[in-house]
Design a protein around this ligand. Structure first.
Ligand code: ZN
Length: 340
């Protein structure tokens, strides 16, 4: 009852990449880089275990960018042909590579990282991959001519990768789909179909993470335009509830998402974000417990998994550590209450 996990990323240690910067370049190369990534993942697994996080992750220590880290091992993408593109419905510009031919996975992308971690923790282990819609919103298309068609092509590659991760003993595979709330009306039309393709044949738990993004300035500005209540999720939660995805992750800490939208996900396990990743203030365990307690009005305790709002990559390392401890301790407060 009330298990704990994290949405995904954690800060890179200072010796691995420049801190407090998203997509920071590596400070090591080749074999040293791999060893550095492994050490960083191991340190974070230990920190998560000590903090009482049940379903731990590698903190995305093996990749720089949550989408491009996967695309680097995909054929059919031209990295010389960089295009400046307005992404997340033109919320911000990013320089992205271009799809110039049919896409194909060259080799396993995250298998070795996942295997390394799996062998070093007895906790449940979760791995995150970019979702097909979000990939399509983070790359330029000069080949497919249709986003749904390109999404299905990427979903096939994600499925190959996910099957490998499952075979390595990964317990939960999560697809990150921040693009879902930029293109709400597209989710029921093809977003869920693409996710279904990505999870085809999997027997491990599957999750989708949707969110309003990291605490970067463009997102903070955008959130100010959304009004007092963020009801965007109402558009597509019914189609997610009907989907075959097991878990949905969303932010509930200091968020304007009305908790009543959780009522639209009656058949899902819900990763309730109880840690604000846009603030460097470390929550008290009591505050975490109160966010989770409020969610209990709409989610049964068996379906509630305490989580962070989003990734913590841009935060200082000690802040992220503090937030992990607060998450574990806050969930424990609530468990005790429920046990009576
Ligand atoms: Zn997120």
């Amino acid at each position: 009852m009330i298990t704990t996990t994290i949405a995904g990323s954690l800060p890179k240690p200072v010796w691995l990449a420049e801190p407090e910067m998203i997509w920071a370049p590596w400070r090591l190369q080749d074999d040293e880089l791999l060893e550095g990534q492994q050490d960083a993942a191991l340190a974070w697994i230990k920190t998560q275990e000590d903090a009482g996080i049940d379903i731990v992750s590698d903190g995305e220590q093996f990749r720089k960018h949550f989408v491009h880290g996967f695309l680097e091992e995909v054929e059919g993408i031209d990295w010389q042909q960089m295009t400046t593109m307005g992404i997340r419905d033109n919320r911000y510009d990013a320089d992205v590579p271009t799809v110039t031919a049919a896409v194909r996975r060259k080799k396993s992308v995250h298998g070795s990282g996942a295997k390394f971690c799996r062998e070093r923790t007895n906790n449940q282990f979760k791995f995150t991959l970019p979702g097909p819609m979000t990939i399509c919103d983070t790359i330029a298309d000069a080949h497919y001519g249709s986003r749904p068609e390109m999404a299905m092509a990427f979903a096939e590659l994600l499925n190959e990768e996910a099957r490998e991760l499952e075979a390595l003993g990964v317990d939960v595979i999560q697809f990150d789909e921040p693009a879902f709330n930029a293109f709400m009306d597209q989710v029921p039309l093809w977003g869920v179909d693409a996710l279904h393709k990505a999870i085809e044949g999997l027997t491990c738990k599957t999750a989708v993470h949707i969110c309003y993004g990291y605490g970067i300035q463009q997102n903070i500005d955008w959130k100010e335009t959304l009004g007092d209540e963020w009801r965007q999720y109402e558009t597509f939660f019914p189609s997610l509830n009907e989907s075959r995805i097991d878990q949905v992750s969303l932010e509930c800490a200091d968020s304007k998402v009305p908790l009543s939208v959780l009522g639209l996900l009656k058949d899902k396990e819900i990763l309730v974000g109880a840690i604000d990743v846009a603030s460097e203030v470390v929550e008290t365990p009591e505050k975490v417990a109160s966010t989770l307690r409020a969610a209990l009005e709409f989610v049964d305790p068996e379906r509630l998994i305490a989580c962070t709002n989003c990734g913590m990559a841009p935060l200082p390392r000690y802040v992220a550590e503090g937030k992990l401890k607060a998450l574990g301790a806050g969930a424990e407060i609530l468990r005790k209450e429920l046990r009576g």
